[in-house]
Design a protein around this ligand. Sequence first.
Ligand SMILES: Cc1cc2nc3c(=O)[nH]c(=O)nc-3n(C[C@H](O)[C@H](O)[C@H](O)COP(=O)(O)O)c2cc1C
Length: 201
Amino acid sequence: MKIKIISLVLVMAALAGLANCAGSGSSFDDIVANRRSVRSYDKSKKISDEQIRILIATTQEAPSWANVQATRYYTVMSDDMLNKVLPSMLTNQEKASTAPVLIVTTYKRGLSGFFDGKATNELGDTWGAFDAGLSNAFLVLKAKEMGFDTLIMGLRDAEGLKKALDIPSDETVMSVVALGYGTQSPKRPERKPLYDILKIK
Ligand SMILES: Cc1cc2nc3c(=O)[nH]c(=O)nc-3n(C[C@H](O)[C@H](O)[C@H](O)COP(=O)(O)O)c2cc1C
């Protein structure tokens, strides 16, 4: 009898644990709370082409100006290509070298912010950067949901990346996103008090 009660308690505890796992890590708020910029990766843990396709398919669901979808993704997965790209990573070189995947984000100019080939307002092609940023937000959150860590890097040599990856001249290079399984769990950098950034009128 005693053994039966202990077994029952253990089964219930296991089920409660499972229910807890299913709930945590899958809600939007959990993904947002758990995503951090990670600056070191386990290179031996590979990511497949299929996982990249799933990631970018969700990223592509980000809104864009008139649905022009001007953002492009150049994915560096081979050691050969990584070696060509690394010198363009400047102060981020060491961090980038540990990631199994680097995703260079660009946008095609003259699309976002434009109608009939003309810039619609004072921001002109800056809207391309806006759309690329939005898509990067989708990318890092979907990556977290898939169990990966990321680092968006803005310190990089755009010309070097263009050469290494044969990026067309009508595209502007934005970020390089490192993707992989992190080897560190950074603390959440403090955010400003909400009312420093939010004005409700
Ligand atoms: C546009 C952009 C550029 C960034 N560039 C770099 C970079 O070059 N190197 C780096 O280590 N982190 C970079 N970061 C990461 C930020 O430092 C990081 O997002 C910030 O400190 C908040 O930390 P968290 O992402 O963990 O919340 C960049 C982030 C963004 C959004």
